[in-house]
Design a protein around this ligand. Structure first.
Ligand code: NAD
Length: 261
């Protein structure tokens, strides 16, 4: 259990956000653990149960694709049933108060949008798990993940594209898969232009996503890291809060409310 965030640190963050012209929020799996979705690297996290399936293996081997879809079939219902928590809701509140430039997320769960953040306020660096794409570049058909779950549930172990028979994969970025160019460029640009950059729940070890706070810092922004444990980026952060995301973000919006409501 983490101690509650230091109230003085939350007050400093509130002051900086109050004065900010362009706030960027950058989130990782840690913002969604309070919604019941395990992160990768904490005890009990996903890497204790599964090994990553590399994109090259997925493309090269039917066996890997079968393993991928078996795992996806088992984990998707949990992801789809998860609900946003107070940290996601606090980010929406910052947006409603006109405080948020953009939320850059590494998450694939769409909980920011499901909490009410408009699509144009979210940059998904690693795609999302609610859609499935045909990987044949001449086709590119898109399906909802919910429809593909029905195909899996009906006993098909490896779904194929209805339109062209091509390989299907969730619209997420797997290890070894190229990053989406537009989203990556946009995320780096927004990081460069912000004046406060707030990390919530990320170990900041996955690149190129973890370049964003460095770029923000180098361009003169205040970098704040809210994460249960220290990260390798803490050394240059202007403020670190080693605390739980939900209650800390709730305390932050409670402090900001009288100024902006
Ligand atoms: P990570 O597992 O490497 O790090 C998560 C960090 O969050 C840890 O340092 C942990 O201490 C912290 N944390 C966990 N719960 C917290 C809480 N309630 N409050 C504050 N901090 C908390 O995850 P990452 O940095 O996002 O990077 C890994 C990759 O994980 C990303 O690419 C992402 O696509 C993927 N991922 C996403 C989800 C999701 O969409 N919810 C889930 C698992 C993994």
């Amino acid at each position: 259990m983490n101690p509650p965030a230091d109230p003085a640190a939350v007050a400093t963050l509130a002051e900086w956000i109050s004065a900010a012209e362009r706030l960027v929020v950058f989130t990782g799996a840690g913002i969604s653990t309070e919604s019941g979705i395990p992160d990768f690297r904490s005890p009990g996290g996903i890497w204790e149960k599964y090994q990553p399936i590399m994109f090259g293996d997925f493309m090269a081997s039917a066996e890997s694709r079968a393993a991928y879809w078996a795992r996806s079939k088992a984990t998707y219902p949990h992801l789809a049933a998860a609900r946003p928590n107070p940290a996601h809701e606090a980010v929406v509140q910052l947006h409603r108060w006109g405080k948020l430039d953009v939320c850059i997320t590494q998450n694939i769960d769409r909980l920011h949008q499901r909490a009410g953040l408009p699509e144009e306020c979210v940059i998904e660096l690693h795609g999302n798990a609610m859609f499935v794409h045909c990987l044949n570049p001449a086709c590119g058909a898109r399906y909802t993940r919910a429809d593909v779950q029905q195909v899996l549930d009906s006993g098909t172990p490896v779904p194929m594209c209805d339109a062209c028979g091509g390989i299907l994969k969730s619209a997420t970025v797997s290890f070894g898969q190229p990053m989406p160019e537009r989203e990556t460029a946009e995320a780096l640009e927004r990081s460069r232009r912000c004046d406060v950059f707030l990390v919530i729940g990320s170990s900041l070890v996955v690149y190129p996503a973890a370049h964003c706070p460095t770029v923000a810092k180098q361009a003169g922004a205040r970098v704040v890291i809210l994460n249960r444990e220290p990260t390798e980026h803490d050394s240059y952060a202007d403020l670190t809060l080693h605390a739980t995301a939900g209650p800390t973000m709730q305390a932050l919006v409670d402090l900001l409310r009288p100024d902006v409501d």
